[in-house]
Every structure is written in C-alpha cells, then in structure tokens.
Design a binder for this molecule. Structure first.
Ligand SMILES: [Mn+2]
Length: 424
C-alpha cells in the first residue's frame, strides 16, 4: 500500500484556496512566520516499531486488521505516515521484537521511504523463548551475576544491531524494582545497575548517546530502580558525557511538573530525548495531546527556551519519539494525530514572545506572564503546521487523506484480518 504523490497533489489542490486564506491570516497575525516554518519543516518525530499494531491491556486486545506482519511492513507503514505528514522520518526499533535479520536490506528499504533509524530500544523486562535466565526479579539489578551478565550482553547486542542500521543512540528502560518492602536492598540494586550501565556505556561507539529512561511505577509497585529524573540523572552523571536522561511523559507520579524537570535537565546538559504520549492517571499511553494539550505546550515552551539558551538545534540535538499504544484506534490514525499534536505544541512554543515574557518575569508581573503564554497557546497554528507540511511535499490534512484513500481497507486486503504485529 502506497499513497502516490499525485493523490497528495489532488488532495492539496482541493483544499488550497481555504488553506491559503487561513495561512495568510496567521502570517499577518504572528511575527517571524518564515523562521517558524523553517524550524517546523526540519522537525522529525521517530515512530516506534511497536506502535504499528493494535495496543492491548491485560484485559484484552481488539485488533482491527491489516497489521504489519514483519519489520519490512512496519517500515512501509512508517513510510506511509511520513509521506502524508513529512514529519515522521525516523524509526525507533525495539529488540528483540524487531530484529533486523538482514540489516543492509532493512536500511535500504528505510532509505527508500526517506527514513533513518533513531534510538534503539533494549528489552530486559520480559523473558523471551529459549532465554537462559529469567528477568522475573530484574535484569541489571539482579542478585545473580549471571542474570546481570545476560542483560548487559543483550544491550551490547542491541548496540551492534544499531550500528548496522546507522542508528546513533540506545535507550535503556528497565522495569527493575521491587513489589514488596524488604524484597530488595536499594543500595545494592542501584550499584549493580550502575555497574551494568557502565559496561554497556563502554560498548558505545564514539558518536553514540545512551538514554536512561525513568519510570515511577509499574510493573513494580513498591520501588523502581530508575524511578525518577533524579535517579536517572544520578546514573547519567556517573556514566559520563555520552549518557543522558530520557523523559517519557507518562512515567511520572500524578501532577508532576514535567516542564520544570525538562528545564533543569536541559540546564545541566543532561536531557537526551523524549517519549511522547498522554495520560489521565498513570502510564496510560494515550494519544499525544488528547488529555493535557496545555501541559504539552508548556513542556515545549521550556524545551524551546532551554535549547535556545544553549544554542542547540531543535530538530537534531534531542531524540524525539512517540511511545504510545492504542487500544481502540487505528494505530496509523493515532500516530497521525500524535505527530500533529507535537507539531502544534512546538509551533505554539515558537510563537511565545520571550522578550516580553522575560520583562514580565523581572517585574513580577504574574498576570502578563500568563497572558503571554496563553496568547501563544490559544493561537490556532494549524495553518502554519499545514504550510510546513505542504512545503515539504506532504498532505494538507493527512488524516482526511488517509481516510479518503481507504488505507486501512487496503492494508486489510493485503495482509488479512488476523495479522498481529510484534509488540506488547
Ligand atoms: Mn518510554
């Protein structure tokens, strides 16, 4: 299944007059439109290979058919998304769910779709068939040296796969922790984990980065060995300059001030990347921007402010990835919505009047400071995001074109109704 460039052109043609009117309006309203457009056009969000299938919960899974049956088909799906929105130009692979048996072939296929490989993800949170040691009681933190060895070796193997594909980063998320008081010696668990991470770090190629992702709870419900940004920062500081903290929006305790965490990690030069999703309660992995769009904007506001303060490149100096799961939606539609929400929040953050905001802060003018932020948040930047997409060769309204082209029906025809993509 492929969407042809002429389908995109016809779709854009039918919407062009209306788009031009709304784009002209916003261009007259906000300053520096050209600069914002340039940044939006460069911004790419990596799609995780596990997000192309229907997500599930421990209660059930309700697939809608046409799921990719192998890594090649997953890349085709991401290629399709990228063709529509021109902002999904990267793949984040999960090992062992998506082991590239022929790396050259996979790399070439991805390049044909205009995709590159973003961070590689290792998995030591579940046991695989034929695995020698179990991760039931953790991986890098395990009391048994042989289990720790196995987990370190797996991560090194993931780096090797990444090298073959042209990736340049490894994301380590550990489910390690404990479910009951007394189960674990916190200090020893930390030290074993640090030792393991140090070995993995030593196997990184020169230009690679390592992201240490934290999570407050689940699947362990009493303690987590990389439980919050402070613990992650402790590990990454001890590891060295190639180690960074990764923020997953769903991995905090309720009401955590994520934008403040982002600001301080950036200040320390220790923010590595992002996993985008949204949540109402915990790690709900809902569509980005579906529950708390203002929070997403506030986070991007700090990202832009903090990256500019360090003269960083927005598009390339941090890793931008979606990490979500969809139980009741077509996964591709959900991903289109997620990328759109990210682009909108980013565009709004680019519009914040930072000179006036700083002046308001210096005068303790709380009301004006709030007005400035909300002025940007309440601006309808969708025509700006659509224009960036148009200039990049994408569709003015990706979701509408996806539906009118009947992509899912085509995929079901090609792949059947019972195919199940690897993942959770
Ligand atoms: Mn994550």
């Amino acid at each position: 299944m492929q969407i042809e460039q002429q389908q995109i052109a016809a779709h854009n043609h039918s919407l062009m007059a209306a788009h031009q009117r709304s784009f002209d309006y916003i261009s007259g309203e906000v300053p520096k439109t050209a600069e914002a457009l340039e940044k939006l056009r460069a911004f790419q969000v990596a799609i995780p290979s596990w997000a192309l299938g229907t997500g599930g919960t421990r209660f059930g899974r309700f697939p809608s058919g046409g799921e990719p049956r192998n890594l090649e088909e997953k890349i085709e799906d991401i290629g399709l998304l990228h063709r529509l929105n021109r902002s999904s130009g990267a793949v984040s692979l999960h090992i062992p769910w998506d082991i590239p048996s022929d790396a050259m072939h996979i790399k070439t296929l991805a390049a044909q779709h205009g995709l590159r490989f973003d961070a590689m993800n290792s998995n030591t949170f579940q046991d695989q068939p034929h695995q020698t040691h179990s991760y039931k009681f953790g991986s890098l933190q395990h009391v048994d040296k042989a289990v720790r060895r196995q987990a370190v070796d797996h991560n090194i193997e993931v780096i090797q796969h990444g090298i073959a594909l042209g990736s340049d980063s490894l994301t380590v998320w550990l489910s390690d922790g404990s479910c009951f008081p007394g189960q674990l010696n916190f200090r020893k668990a930390f030290q074993y984990t640090l030792e393991g991470l140090q070995e993995i770090y030593a196997a990184l190629p020169e230009h690679w980065k390592m992201f240490v992702e934290y999570k407050a709870f689940e699947p362990n419900f009493y303690s987590t060995t990389v439980g919050d940004w402070g613990q992650s920062l402790l590990y990454t500081s001890k590891l060295g300059p190639k180690a960074f903290t990764l923020v997953d929006l769903g991995h905090h305790l309720p009401n955590a001030n994520i934008e403040q965490i982002v600001a301080l990690l950036l200040m320390e030069g220790k923010l590595g990347g992002f996993h985008f999703n949204d949540s109402k309660y915990g790690d709900d992995d809902l569509t980005v921007g579906s529950i708390k769009p203002y929070q997403l904007f506030l986070i991007f506001n700090e990202l832009v402010e903090g990256m500019d303060a360090r003269d960083m490149q927005h598009a390339t100096d941090l890793g931008w990835m979606i990490d979500a799961s969809h139980n009741v939606k077509d996964p591709l539609e959900d991903l289109l919505q997620s990328v759109e929400a990210i682009m909108i929040a980013y565009a709004q953050a680019l519009l914040v009047d930072r000179t006036r905001l700083e002046a308001a802060q210096l005068q303790n003018d709380v009301v004006t400071a709030q007005e400035i932020l909300q002025q940007a948040f309440r601006t309808d930047v969708r025509p700006l995001v659509a224009e960036a997409r148009l200039l990049n060769g994408g569709a003015l309204r990706p979701l509408e074109l996806y539906r009118s082209a009947k992509v899912r029906a085509q995929l079901i025809k090609e792949r059947g109704t019972t195919s199940i993509a690897t993942g959770l």
